[in-house]
Design a protein around this ligand. Structure first.
Ligand SMILES: Cc1cc2nc3c(=O)[nH]c(=O)nc-3n(C[C@H](O)[C@H](O)[C@H](O)COP(=O)(O)OP(=O)(O)OC[C@H]3O[C@@H](n4cnc5c(N)ncnc54)[C@H](O)[C@@H]3O)c2cc1C
Ligand code: SF4
Length: 509
């Protein structure tokens, strides 16, 4: 069939399908592809616009933020108690957050899967049973190892510091083909080298006959006699892309793939998961920090693949270190000071290196209905994780100092500027409230968890809601715990497995 924009449609829109998939991101795209390929008629509804790669490849960073990122990248989880307020970013575009990733691909670690088997009532989720889905997805999106030659100097300097401690970085794998190392992955790859789902699963689903309709905001799942029979919402064809006409799609099966930030809202509005203590609760985020360091030598960290290497050497302390570099204009804006002070720091830009890390968190996020379209999300960081954030900052700074950095810029609001080795080491991190720490996240997970019963989970091991037949959830919200590694590959493999199971279950008459 086709990609089409409901913004160009006048008035109300009513459609019919075997399966309606809500959300066109990493998980929705996979499910749409698998089901359409098996002969079921699939309609995918996406709230955001469709921006073809030819268009986003020409966008400036601010245009990408405005058109493809939800809320221009300003979404936050508000810190409660001694917790940081965390900037949590996601996509709102055909292809979802997949279009904005750094391309990093990790399989779900075996230790995490065993924990799901043992502690979360999911005995069928062993490594061996997930292997086929991982192999399949990796092949479809071309997961490859980033060669050392593509590492940025910011990364090789960090590796130098790691080696001084007898450790070393390991190469990352990414879903790329023909990457030229321009470091713009988070704003849509201008080279079409990152095989996000808008360039892989979605066009293949459309080729097989699926319809992908953008500018469709789904507000409720429709049900009849305990079974999902479609969805309703608004067509975003009003002035300025605001809600205009009514939207209704009749379907024999409903698949929710809105991401962990929005799925609980939609389920709650539809009366699903009411009995569950898990809906909208215990969201995990992989809270992360990035550390900047100034070297005497030129770094020009923007040259090279944005993310190329990682370390699990500190996994026992709940830390995963991952290379990162954001475009120089954004780095410049985050350097401390104002006026002449900021200018002095900005002039250091070519000598600034950056490396990041995230913590394997327990999950303290809660999603509640907000006054408008977006939810209000709060995050109460677990006491153990508060120590981990401080540990992460100390570790990133120490490794760069070992590599020869002259100044360290900890991501803490209100510090006067760069700190030399003595000043950094004497900084009493424990006495600084976490509300001053700059913490970000790109990985919300776990707000409609999968599990063995409807009290502690929202969907069963097949992704089907406990209290509404033929309603499936396949996105990051079903992931029962944080993973400790970037989640897109896990989410896509889970969605593949669930899609294969759905394919083999006859649709209701
Ligand atoms: C900047 C950034 C960088 C990242 N880098 C990496 C990385 O390198 N490696 C990695 O593994 N992961 C990365 N991630 C995370 C990864 O992209 C996500 O974990 C993954 O895409 C989540 O998949 P999903 O299907 O759950 O949701 P998404 O991919 O976010 O898709 C959800 C879609 O549903 C739509 N939607 C929501 N509500 C509605 C509604 N009511 N009606 C209609 N449509 C709706 C949204 O607009 C969105 O398009 C990154 C994320 C970001 C934002
Ligand atoms: S580094 Fe550049 S070419 Fe490579 S995937 Fe990222 S945006 Fe595309």
């Amino acid at each position: 069939m086709s990609f089409r924009s409901a913004r160009d449609h006048e008035g109300d829109l009513e459609l019919g399908a075997d399966v309606v998939v809500v959300g066109s991101g990493a998980s929705g795209a996979v499910v749409a592809h698998e089901l359409q390929k098996s002969g079921q008629r699939v309609v995918v509804l996406e709230e955001g616009p469709r921006i073809p790669a030819d268009d986003y490849s020409r966008m400036s960073i601010s245009e990408s933020l405005r058109h493809m990122w939800r809320d221009g990248g300003m979404t936050v989880a508000v810190g409660v108690g001694d917790s940081p307020t965390i900037n949590v970013t996601m996509g709102r575009v055909v292809g979802g957050s997949s279009v904005l990733t750094g391309g990093v691909c990790f399989r779900t670690p075996d230790r995490v899967l065993s924990n799901w088997q043992r502690e979360h009532g999911l005995p069928s989720y062993g490594s061996a049973s997930m292997e086929g889905a991982f192999d399949y997805v990796e092949d479809k999106v071309h997961v490859e190892t980033v060669p050392e030659a593509m590492r940025s100097k910011a990364t090789t300097l960090f590796d130098r510091g790691m080696k001084k401690r007898g450790l070393a970085l390991e190469p990352i794998r990414r879903n790329t083909k023909g990457c030229r190392g321009c470091g713009r992955c988070n704003f849509g790859c201008p080279e079409k080298a990152k095989l996000s789902v808008d360039l892989s699963f979605l066009p293949q689903a459309v080729e097989a006959g699926a319809e992908v309709v953008s500018h469709c905001l789904v507000e409720k799942v429709l049900s009849k006699r305990g079974r999902a029979v479609g969805v309703q919402g608004r067509v975003l064809n009003g002035p300025g892309g605001r809600p205009g006409g009514k939207l209704k799609v009749h379907a024999r099966r409903v698949v929710i793939a809105c991401g962990a930030w929005h799925t609980p809202l939609l389920l709650r509005k539809s009366g699903v998961g009411k009995r569950s203590k898990a809906l909208g609760k215990r969201m995990t985020l992989h809270p992360g920090c990035r550390m900047m360091a100034r070297f005497d030598e030129k770094v020009e960290g923007w040259k090279g693949a944005m993310q190329s290497a990682f370390s699990e050497a500190f996994e026992a302390r709940g830390l995963t270190l991952v290379s990162v570099f954001i475009p120089p204009s954004v780095v410049g804006a985050t350097l401390p000071g104002i006026g002449a002070e900021h200018q002095r720091h900005a002039q250091m830009l070519p000598n600034i290196a950056m490396f990041g890390g995230m913590i394997h968190d327990e999950g303290g996020g809660t999603v509640r209905r907000g006054p408008g379209r977006e939810p209000v999300v709060t995050y109460r960081m677990a006491p153990r994780d508060r120590g981990r954030v401080r540990d992460l900052i100390r570790t990133l700074g120490e490794v760069y100092l070992d590599a020869g950095a002259k100044e360290i810029f900890p991501p803490i609001l209100g510090l006067p500027g760069g700190l030399d080795a003595d000043a950094f080491r004497s900084l009493d991190l424990d006495s600084i409230p976490l509300s001053r720490f700059e913490v970000t996240s790109q990985h919300p997970l776990g707000t409609a968890r999968m599990g063995p019963d409807g009290k502690h989970a929202v969907v069963d091991e097949h992704g089907e809601a406990f209290d509404l037949e033929e309603l499936y959830v396949v996105d990051g919200s079903i992931v029962p715990t944080s993973l400790g590694v970037n989640p897109q590959l896990s989410i896509m493999a889970l969605a593949t497995r669930l899609a294969w199971e759905m394919r083999d279950r006859p649709l209701p008459a």
